[in-house]
Design a protein around this ligand. Structure first.
Ligand SMILES: [Zn+2]
Length: 468
């Protein structure tokens, strides 16, 4: 069992490397994963491997751990009654589920006791299976849907899994119910949202804002974009960052989805690399980009293999060195992690203003923050800031940018000084105008290590009206 909890490491702002695809890697190694699949509809996918080829499953996990994964996902994608029943194994689903957890925990204990096991459970996906545009909750009924996730989670928790990961959950309504049900097992819950689009939306056209809003108050620790094209993750992740306060992450597929071999469109050859549009080094570049966007958990999904995770490891290690975390052999400058964390608050600040999202803007401030805009009294406290910011962004559409001159951290406080430039377009009509000036922001470290804006003042470089 790891000595530091995954929660502690995420709250400290660390970046964790996840594993790559398991089902596709089993397929690559010759294990049957297509039992009961017809046309382009998958059966229980790699579930049966837990009893038919447990050694290969464990080997896949161990290979990911050897190349440096901090988190492996157990082979429980479809070890459910819903998905095993059609192949006549419904009554034995708990055996397949339990074995998946046990194999992953055994692999972890053998290779790296400090690594974490996420219990990865796919949503039933009945809408996709039956070509119905309905949520699983609608098709199964909420009670049955929740029962499947809750029972699955309890089985996995009993095997020693550290995190619950309901993944491949398609609709927001299903996401919320899955998170609630998985949390019953008493472990942190991460959510995996699949197939995000180049429009920054879910597969069903739902927005990251709506997703985050629906999840508010529900027990989800992290939200991850998964099994999507890397380009689509690069579009969608910033939207998720802006909408969701907790840790975020990404694990893309690369030029392959699990349906493909069934329909015969793409057959994985012996050399997985040549069959892919995205090479390990290219995926590592993406991982770097996503970490820059605030991702704390990165890995791979379908068709990514240990080669990809090895390449991503280099990027994660470099980030750790730069931020001064990660233990022996690292040792970046003191406070490097704080400067990076403050950069993320600043980026979120700029993004919120540009998106016209006053809620996201106000969330960056401490409860007792003071905001001092030019030509107006100070806004004291979050409520005052919310009133002013809401009015400002309601009046103008903004294009806002900052040029940072200095950032210094002293204990739990930090200051930042720089210049701003803003273009404002009145929403009610009228000529757009521009302003530029200087600013000073004081940040304070809040409980849990998060940095908040405590004081923010800016004023224009323009001469007072009538002086020219
Ligand atoms: Zn996938």
């Amino acid at each position: 069992m790891p000595t530091r909890s995954v929660t502690e490491r995420l709250e400290a702002g660390e970046v964790l490397l996840m594993d790559g695809g398991t089902g596709s890697e089993l397929q690559r190694r010759g294990v049957e994963v297509l039992l009961g699949s017809k046309g382009d509809k998958l059966g229980p996918w790699s579930a049966t491997a837990n009893l038919d080829a447990p050694d290969v499953v464990q080997q896949v996990h161990q290979d990911y751990l050897r190349v440096g994964a901090d988190v492996i996902i157990s082979n429980n994608f479809r070890t459910t009654r819903t998905r095993l029943a059609p192949v006549g194994l419904g009554e034995r689903w708990t055996d397949y589920a339990r074995a998946g957890g046990q194999i992953a925990v055994r692999a972890r204990d053998a290779i790296n006791p400090e690594a974490y096991v996420a219990g990865g459970m796919a949503a039933p996906g009945l809408g996709m299976l039956h070509d119905r545009r309905e949520t699983d909750v609608e098709i199964m009924g909420e009670t049955e849907y929740r029962r499947e996730f809750a029972e699955h989670s309890r089985i996995l928790a009993a095997t020693g899994v550290d995190v619950m990961l309901p993944e491949f959950v398609n609709f927001i309504a299903d996401c919320v119910a899955a998170v609630d049900a998985c949390a019953e097992a008493g472990r942190p819950v991460w959510l995996g949202v699949p197939w995000v689009t180049m429009d920054g939306l879910t597969r069903n056209g739902e927005s990251m804002e709506d997703l985050a809003r629906a999840l508010r108050g529900h027990p989800v620790q992290a939200v991850l974009l998964m099994c999507s094209r890397p380009e689509a993750i690069s579009v969608t992740l910033p939207r998720l960052r802006q909408a969701f306060d907790g840790p975020i992450g990404a694990y893309p597929n690369v030029g392959y989805n699990p349906m493909a071999p069934v329909g015969g469109r793409v057959q994985l050859g012996p050399d997985i690399i040549s069959a892919q549009a995205t090479s390990p080094s290219r995926l590592a570049e993406y991982a770097q980009e996503w970490i820059g966007m605030g991702a704390q958990i990165v890995g791979g999904c379908c068709a990514t293999g240990p080669e990809h995770i090895m390449a991503m490891k280099t990027v994660v290690e470099a980030v750790r060195r730069r931020r001064g975390v990660g233990g022996a052999g690292t040792g970046g400058p003191r406070g490097a992690g704080d400067v990076e964390a403050i950069r993320q608050v600043r980026d979120a600040h700029v993004a919120a203003v540009n998106a016209g999202d006053s809620d996201a803007w106000v969330r960056l401030f401490a409860d007792d923050a003071v905001q001092m805009p030019p030509n107006a009294p100070a806004n004291v406290g979050r409520a005052g800031i919310a009133a002013w910011s809401g009015g400002f962004l309601g009046t103008f559409r903004a294009q806002f940018a900052l040029a940072v001159a200095e950032v210094a951290v002293a204990g739990d406080w930090a200051f930042e000084r720089g210049a701003y430039r803003i273009a404002l377009t009145p929403r009610g009509g009228g000529a757009p105008f521009e302003d530029q000036g200087k600013y000073l922001t004081l940040y304070r470290r809040a409980a849990g290590g998060r940095w908040e804006i405590a004081r923010d003042i800016w004023n224009t470089d323009a001469p007072p009206p009538g002086s020219a």
